[in-house]
Write a new protein. Structure first.
Length: 277
């Protein structure tokens, strides 16, 4: 028998037995009815949120939580769970779900070229058969993860950045980082000093020009142009409750996918943000 913490939404333990939770079971039936009536998963999630219907997980309602309910056979009585919806209703939902399901190419088209190995940094490849990612270079691989779950994990990470924009900063550059213009100015300064016969005003101008060039090369922290670009994109985008391709491309460079399917987003300014699903 399933442990309480693993119970699907709509069920509870009463007198040692799994029984439907009266209020939640009604919401489950409502979800199936709305889905079969032609509403999208996202529309159903927004409907539940708008009506302040509680969900047991801290993530709240989104298209993936609704999708899990629509796809879970426990609701029609499988695995010794008391049925909440009729079997025929559940089967109709599966047919509709299969018809609407995007292909791998469609669902992962925005990120598949950006996912890299945490061990060697090579690009990971999607294996349709096992629904996991594998590195051809070092043979590292992830555990099974559905594309929609991965996309939602990315969305959750971006939403966290939207809610906490002050957490975004630029990684410090090496003290040895020198721009080409600064190097050019330094050569001119060295040549003037070596010659011994130089105009003091010209030397001062070169020294100041070199300082300006080096300053532009240094990180400006939260004022860094790429950091400002990220913050602007986050501020102007709608709340990232689901994966937003436009926002993703505006702020993200790479995705580091670990074997456990935890992810790290490498932003375009070099900052790395971690998300554990």
């Amino acid at each position: 028998m399933a442990k309480p913490r693993y119970l699907p939404y709509g069920y509870r333990i009463q007198n040692g037995l799994i029984t439907p939770d009266t209020a939640q079971a009604e919401y489950v039936r409502q979800i199936y009815q709305l889905y079969l009536a032609g509403n999208s998963l996202q529309e159903i999630a927004k409907h539940l949120q708008a009506n302040s219907i509680p969900y047991s997980d801290e993530t709240g309602w989104n298209k993936n939580t609704v999708h899990r309910i629509v796809k879970n056979p426990a609701y029609c009585g499988k695995d010794r769970y008391p049925p909440i919806v009729e079997y025929t209703l559940f089967q109709k939902a599966q047919v509709l779900c299969q018809r609407k399901a995007p292909t791998y190419t469609e669902s992962l088209k925005d990120i598949r070229g950006d996912i890299i190995c945490p061990d060697c940094g090579s690009r990971l490849e999607w294996q349709t058969k096992g629904h996991r990612w594998r590195c051809r270079h070092c043979a590292a691989f992830s555990v099974r993860i559905e594309p929609d779950i991965l996309l939602q994990s990315i969305a959750t990470t971006m939403k966290r950045l939207q809610d906490n924009p002050n957490s975004i900063d630029s990684p410090p550059l090496s003290h040895n980082t020198v721009s080409i213009e600064a190097e050019k100015r330094q050569v001119e300064i060295d040549e003037m000093l070596s010659a011994g016969n130089f105009d003091a005003e010209s030397l001062i101008q070169n020294v100041l020009a070199r300082a300006d060039a080096q300053y532009l090369c240094c990180t400006a922290g939260k004022a860094d142009p790429m950091t400002l670009r990220i913050k602007e994109a986050l501020a102007t985008a709608p709340p990232c409750d689901t994966f937003d391709p436009k926002l993703y491309h505006a702020i993200t460079d790479k995705i580091v996918l670990h074997r456990t399917t935890s992810i790290q987003l490498k932003l375009v300014n070099g900052m790395v943000v971690r998300r554990i699903p």
